[in-house]
Design a protein around this ligand. Sequence first.
Ligand SMILES: C=C(O[C@@H]1C=C(C(=O)O)C=C[C@H]1O)C(=O)O
Length: 448
Amino acid sequence: MSTPSLTALTPAPGQSRGLRSITLARGDMDPQSGLLGYVVRNDARTWIRRGEGLVAYGETARFTVTGPDRFTQAQEWWRRELAGAAVQDDLGVPGSGLIAFGSFAFSKTSLHESRLIVPEVVLGCSEGRAWLTYITDDAEAELSAEAAEAALAAYLVEPDSDRSPRPDDRLGPGVLSEDQYKLAVARGVKHVQAGELSKLVLARDVVAHLETPVATAQVLRELAVRYEDCWTYAVDGLIGSTPEMLIKVENNTAQARVLAGTLDRANAPADDPDYPNRVLAGSEKQLHEHQIAIDSLTETLQPFTSSMTSHSEPFVLQLPNVWHLASDVTAQLAVDDGGQVPTSLALVQALHPTAAVCGTPTTVAGALIRELEHLQRGPYAGPVGWIDAGGNGEWGIALRGAVIETPTRVRLYAGCGIVEGSLPDAELAETWSKFRPMIQALGLSAPS
Ligand SMILES: C=C(O[C@@H]1C=C(C(=O)O)C=C[C@H]1O)C(=O)O
């Protein structure tokens, strides 16, 4: 299989036919707040975990695409942008230099535009090292530390204000009512019982109607602080905090975090520390559901790798709202004849959609999702993240999130893996536990 690679195309410094960037080491990041202190505008793009990651403002270039070839076309666009670019990068670490943020539609038939966006300024922080990147397409612009700091300062000068919950803020139904969702789950279970597929993921939406415009930066900061083990993402109104890493590429290493199997923490007994292990890791149904998800990832990743490791047993990942069965996979990427490893986007193209968000087999599950869900997933459950000029990147699965449709209307999404033993009432309750991060960050309360 030939896999596109960007590394060979990373341009030499000084050559310029398009994008120009400068990256400078920056020592003054507040170690307590890390990047969060820079999430002050509602148009911030973010990728943050435990105070590290990327925060970006502005837009120097953009590519949008729909359809089954959206990943390949995005990668080709990125390749062309890089071929004409001039990059000065003092650090040379994953995420420094030229980068693009991205969000991709879940479905190949979606009308929702998948996108790659090259920001104007990027603040990065990784393993304690901080940097600032300034990107321009102006051939005359000065590329210096002063110019980069001035570009950043221009974005920070007018922070957006926070908001307080208002009496008329409310959470309303989405496309399907709760009863209709339970019916869809019951139908899904029948298809599994009939042997057409082993797992199907069915999602639903609820809609937050706010009295005053959503304070996106505040929501992102709250998510990032509360869900510090998750990746807090924001790309063009798609926001959330995902616990699931589709694929991370750092030089020759790829990593994924596969989740499947969920237990709500809200009703857990306080005096029973073994509860999640017993109920989650001890449940045949949950282990089966998890095994399907891990098999789907490792089978698809395997051809791109020279070695791969994952634990034989999943571990219990504790988040503030739920426990999950989780497996971390680490792989060494195989080098092709040209000495290249696949880019993060090439791997995204191969891996999406995993059984964690679609089902097994993929085509049967995809068709049933269209038939039973009645939902336009848009970017929900699609890849969200970033790629750099070397092809490194982090692509999470856009879960535990929402789409800001208008300043006062926010659509939240959550789904559940349906297997043979799934019960509609339990799956409905599970969607509420997965809506909870966004509901709380928006200052709403779930209907009791
Ligand atoms: C589909 C979602 O989550 C997925 C489904 C899970 C499950 O069914 O146990 C667990 C984690 C995710 O892979 C979602 O959060 O919307």
